[in-house]
Write a protein that binds this ligand. Sequence first.
Ligand SMILES: [Zn+2]
Ligand SMILES: [Zn+2]
Length: 316
Amino acid sequence: MSKQNPNSIEPHAAAPGVLKLEGSAARLQLVFASLVLVVPLLGTIEAGRLIWVTEIPAWAWWLFGVMYFVHMFGVTAGLHRLATHTGFKTSETMKMLLTIMGSMAAQGPLYYWVSQHRRHHLYSDQKGDPHSPNLHENKWLGLWYSHMPWMLSKHVSTWSHYAKDTLRDPVYFFVHRYYLAWVLLGLLIPTVIGALITQTFHGAWIGFIFGGLARMFFANQSAWMVGSISHRYGSVNFDTKDNSKNNWIVALLAFGEGLQNNHHAFPINYRHAVYWYEPDLTGWILALMNKLGLVWDLKFPNQSSINKLSLKKDKV
Ligand SMILES: [Zn+2]
Ligand SMILES: [Zn+2]
């Protein structure tokens, strides 16, 4: 890794605590990011072929749905609202479970995820935001860059700068360190379930494709729309000084994360819905888990903080 000349840095990387990977580290990052972008797509094409040539059993669709839930809830509750924003507290076991589920999404190791996302909040839609759709001259190119190619950037946020608190946490260290094992586990579980249900290799393959790769493709496309679509299209509740928007379609697909304008107004909230009618599945489940005593100290702003930033002056 090397320090950058400030004048030669691409706009998405122009922030303190950003280093440019070089040599084998850069090649490794490129290989892993490319695999995450391409392999689930190939698996989805195979899912399409299977749908065309054979009847897909009901269990395979259920497996897709359940694994989509595990993937999305792990990312939103574990990596995002807990590890990155500390929006609630929970036991060490639940913390491990949620962040392992999130790591199955293959969106990068925990420290990478946390530090990139915290930089996104710090420089939202300004120079230094790793995935803003609003920094390119060509707005369509900007939208595309913020959806996927940003992950191929050699410029990464340093963990010691952006994620110092998580480095000292033994659970986060463990989950980060064995990242690849969690990604493989997320592919292995549906494969084994398919094999157990059908006792055939064909069943194992259907499980791998539907619960593994196709699930990863659709869930990650939904998650990445949070950084692209929800920073361009949608409504606004709060004056956040950035371009974050509340996009309900993305919120439905990504369990509440599409409510970016709310989230950028109050990043440490355990829930992204501020008003009761806004769709936030992860927030609703965390509220239920709180009632069951599984999570606690849920952070939510009081009415006067909401009114201060609100453009609507509504009651919550
Ligand atoms: Zn955002
Ligand atoms: Zn966030």
